[in-house]
Design a protein. Structure first.
Length: 232
């Protein structure tokens, strides 16, 4: 059974979310503060994590950072009553995969969970590795490899990079990335995409022949110079 870690300090909301997730077939462990949350995470195995941002003892952002140090792949959702753009951007910068503003629809939350679990729990399948300059990118296993160093990407980081690779040295419109990866193209998600692009640039900065350029008002282009443009 799929197991979810829910960290929510509002007992009434926590009970409702846990009950709805149980009705949807998910085994959910509820923690009421950040310290309980990280304790459960270290002792048990989970397939997805849902974090409130404002938590006692250890806030959701700090908790997400700790989880990401151990696991780059597990989907992390943030729940928050704060709807400011800077809070959303901070959530993605800390390793979050989605940010859901309160109040929210349980139907929407469950649909998002189903989508992410379908991606993250799918059996690993052989998929051609892709050369990106000095790097080797394995989209099937979310791995970016440079010599003997391996970086495990999050699901969305991998999806964005794969889309750029499929259009190497060609402009990919911002709207196309948002619709394919997030399923929407609103303003807030557009700014969140910039966070993911910044992270990918950092991962690829050991090869001066590789860059992700922003084409203002249009989208992005993955430029790879002096590199074979075919799978390996």
């Amino acid at each position: 059974m799929i197991r979810i870690l829910l960290v929510e300090d509002d007992p009434s909301l926590g009970f409702v979310i846990k009950d709805k997730l149980a009705q949807a077939g998910y085994d959910t462990v509820l923690a009421e503060n950040g310290e309980q949350g990280i304790s459960h995470y270290k002792k048990e195995k989970f397939d997805l994590v849902i974090l409130d941002v404002m938590l006692p003892k250890k806030d959701g952002f700090t908790l997400a950072e700790e989880i990401r140090r151990h696991d780059s792949e597990i989907p992390i959702f943030f729940l928050s009553a704060k709807a400011l753009l800077e809070d959303r951007l901070k959530a993605f910068a800390k390793g979050g995969d989605d940010y859901i503003s309160k109040p929210f629809s349980m139907e929407e939350l469950i649909m998002k969970i189903k989508i992410f679990l379908r991606r993250s729990t799918a059996a690993k399948y052989p998929e051609s590795k892709i050369n990106i300059g000095l790097y080797s990118f394995d989209p099937g296993n979310y791995e970016l490899i440079l010599k003997d160093q391996k970086k495990i990407l999050t699901i969305r980081e991998s999806e964005v990079l794969k889309m750029l690779c499929e259009n190497k040295n060609k402009i990919v419109k911002r709207q196309e990335i948002l619709l394919k990866v997030w399923g929407d193209d609103d303003y807030f998600l557009g700014r969140s995409l910039d966070v993911f692009i910044s992270r990918l640039r950092k991962y690829l900065d050991h090869d001066s022949n590789v860059s992700i350029d922003n084409i203002r008002g249009i989208g992005f282009i993955l430029k790879v110079n002096n590199s074979p443009d075919f799978p390996i």
